[in-house]
Write a protein that binds this ligand. Structure first.
Ligand SMILES: Nc1ncnc2c1ncn2[C@@H]1O[C@H](COP(=O)(O)OP(=O)(O)OP(=O)(O)O)[C@@H](O)[C@H]1O
Length: 346
């Protein structure tokens, strides 16, 4: 009998990983990252931040300029993609249109020289596992987006990877299906006990899925943490603005982030405790959003015209707004508790 496989703390470790496509700033600039075994990790950031390049280097689809990639302690930096223990699931699922679901799943076993009967058996088992056994003979065009995703998942899993790499896997789906499928991905990850590394530009998607979020910008990692940590304690001004739901405010003690739902709106003349936790402001926008009302505000004295955008936002529960409504042009004071303000690095 085989000894049980030791549970290694890190599935993937990236050390000083750099990718330089051309002269100038590297696309990925000496990043260091540890991704825990059997966790769901989301690489998140704006277009061009280097998240796909990072994923492709882990997959072996892109050479590294310098640095190392370890998978369960093995240095895989220079191994071909097929020998790494990773598998990739792409944006549009990249299924072969002329092959049935079963043959799509079995395909990479053909490449490995596995016999036909064995290929079909293993592919059929995996399709059963993703609840697609009854549709095994259908071609991709005869399947819904969600069903295609399950086939793509089965196809990626047939090589028995230790780590599944997902490059914007939900972006081709309509918004309703996207939410359904992300719940399914999360469920599969937990059930299979595999490590998933998922690239997305959507903060909402990353927060819904990730055990660990890695926020990137300009080829470097700005912050690593659980969705709760990243949302509640953004480390930098970039993370606070990128995650949304925060105001970035200059105080005499430096720049701070305050969540828009942790700001209180008081009348202009209200007497509030002195300190760096108050601001005078003028309401520039009132947006009804159902369970809450979003106020846009500017500092007093800003000349308003059609192009003026709100500098600050406050999210008020609907009932709070109903008790004390505000209209565009109202002068108010904003107030927040000292513990709601978090220092931000530039
Ligand atoms: N094959 C390539 N040749 C040259 N430059 C590239 C290549 N691939 C990516 N880049 C550049 O490297 C940087 C990072 O690109 P990358 O695709 O990793 O970003 P990304 O965050 O995944 O963006 P997106 O969300 O738009 O896919 C960008 O400036 C991009 O233009």
């Amino acid at each position: 009998m085989n000894a049980p496989r030791p549970q290694l703390a890190n599935a993937v470790e990236v050390i000083d990983l750099t990718k330089r496509y051309a002269q100038g700033r590297p696309a990925v600039d000496a990043i260091n990252l540890r991704i825990a075994s059997a966790s769901y990790c989301c690489l998140l950031g704006p277009s061009g931040c280097g998240k796909s390049t990072t994923l492709r280097m882990i997959a072996g689809h892109e050479n590294v300029s310098s640095g190392d990639i370890l998978l369960e302690g093995r240095n895989i930096t220079d191994l071909p993609a097929a020998l790494r223990g990773t598998a990739m699931m792409f944006q549009s699922f990249a299924l072969f249109p002329h092959l049935s679901a079963l043959d799509n799943v079995a395909f990479s076993l053909t490449m490995k020289g596995v016999g036909k009967a064995e290929r079909k058996k293993r592919a059929a088992e995996l399709l059963e596992r993703v609840a697609m056994g009854h549709l095994a003979e259908r071609k991709p065009a005869e399947l819904s987006g969600g069903q295609q995703q399950r086939v793509a998942l089965a196809r990626a899993l047939i090589t028995q990877p230790r780590v599944l790499l997902l490059d914007e896997p939900l972006s081709a789906l309509d918004p309703f299906l996207r939410i359904q499928m992300r719940a399914e991905l999360r469920r599969w990850q937990k059930e299979l006990g595999l490590t998933f590394i998922h690239v997305t530009h959507s903060q909402e998607e990353a927060m819904a899925l990730a055990d660990t979020m890695v926020v990137m910008n300009h080829g470097v990692i700005e912050q690593v943490g659980s969705p709760h940590e990243v949302y509640n304690r953004p480390a930098s001004e970039f993370v606070a603005r990128f995650m949304g739901g925060h105001n970035v405010i200059d105080t005499p003690h430096g720049r701070v982030g305050v969540r828009t739902d942790q700001m209180l709106v008081r009348p202009e003349a209200a007497s509030l405790p002195a300190g760096p936790h108050n601001l005078q402001a003028v309401v520039t926008d009132v947006e009804y959003q159902g369970t809450y009302v979003l106020l846009g505000l500017q500092k007093p004295g800003v000349v308003m015209n059609a192009a003026t955008t709100a500098e600050l936002s406050v999210m008020l529960p609907e009932a709070t707004f109903a008790r004390q409504p505000h209209a565009v042009g109202d002068a108010v004071q904003l107030h927040w508790l000292p513990e709601s303000a978090h220092a931000l690095a530039r």
